[in-house]
Design a protein around this ligand. Sequence first.
Ligand code: CO
Length: 466
Amino acid sequence: MKKVQFTETVLRDANQSLMATRMKYDDFADILPTMDKAGYYSVECWGGATFDSCLRYLGEDPWERLRKIRKAMPNTRLQMLLRGQNLLGYKHYHDDVVEKFVELSIKNGIDVIRIFDALNDFRNIKTALEATKKYATPRTVASGCISYTQSPVHTVKKYVEMCKELKKMGFDTICFKDMAGTMSPSEAESLIKGVKDAIGDMPLILHTHCTTGMAYMTLTKAIEGGIDVIDTATSCFSNGTSQAATESLYYALSQYGIETGLDEKVINKVNDFFKPVKQKYIDAGTINPKSMGTDAQALVYKVPGGMLSNMIANLKDMNAMDKFDEALVEIPNVRKDLGYPPLVTPLSQMVGNQAVVNVLMGERYKQISNEIKNYFKGDYGIAPGEVSKELQDKILGEGNKPVDCRIEDSKRTGEEFRKAKADLGDLCESEEDMMSYICYPDQAKKYLTDRKAKRENVAKYTIVEA
Ligand code: CO
């Protein structure tokens, strides 16, 4: 029988897409033992923005959150999203830091590590893969992830080559990450078929968003094409900028006799649990009703919704909304000059801002942002396509080539570990504390300082009581 498995995203991507990752651990703790019986392929619960949000807004230790989820769900694969050499941010870390982060993620309970690079420069995911293999348990899965986008250089042939490369590198599964939800049913059909033919029985996963309204059609075509795992969210946390609904797809697939491994009663219970949680966050204004609707603009302009609203806000700030149409036309031109990077954070903002500047200045690249300069210097990795030679010469000086970021990243000096320990002093009680600080220094220091103060208060209180 044909089988399609589900990754439930309510704890990570649905939470991140609909409510900026503000869901507290205590709000979902009670449902975890039930979720453990649902029969998911995996539960995505960590990485992405969860780490930053725990430290910055929720006063939670992200590592402790992970350990608690692990304890409550011993039978389910726990999954995280990792931005390769950038870990959970946008800066490149040295190899020793990347390796330690992966080691601790596995040690604290992660089974599936989905590793991607915004530019699909696979040199930037190699260290994370090797570390995953080095510290793997029998349950560990290293998933190689491709950022999906449309451009003249992003052909099915190109994606097939990427998949072959990921297979050769030693990944266990391959995932397509359609972060803007712009993959169409027709694109899914040719892509999945082409890739399946090339990689054989290696499990293939599709991650998409409902943002533009195409996700269900796209997933249907992907399922027909032989996709093995799909990402979905429990229905009350589905749709809009989130994933397609778990129960709806379960229902549809069951009628076709496709095995999902899911327990219908359990997935309904999960949804019943999250309904009041969602209502609470709607009432508090944490969930923006706009994020729950469909916005097909991304299909018209070929830019993700978030990028568009960012651009509109910028133009309004500068009282220049009359330049909106011109700026929209300029976006594809800037993207072409950059060699067609996928429009994912931070590239989407960089391209959008430069397009606005080009239009407002009345002359292209009269002013160039530092981020764009760094991109041409090679800080982000290799561009997917040819960059504009003229712009490259303007930024780097004639005839100069970008630097190889891997030479700098591959260092293993222990420097970042020493600095973290020195800066934290006795606030640092574990390698996990040290790693939180390396990833988010200000937020981690504040969290660890608060933790210490809280403990001292408790200690004082206990003495008085005694
Ligand atoms: Co996503």
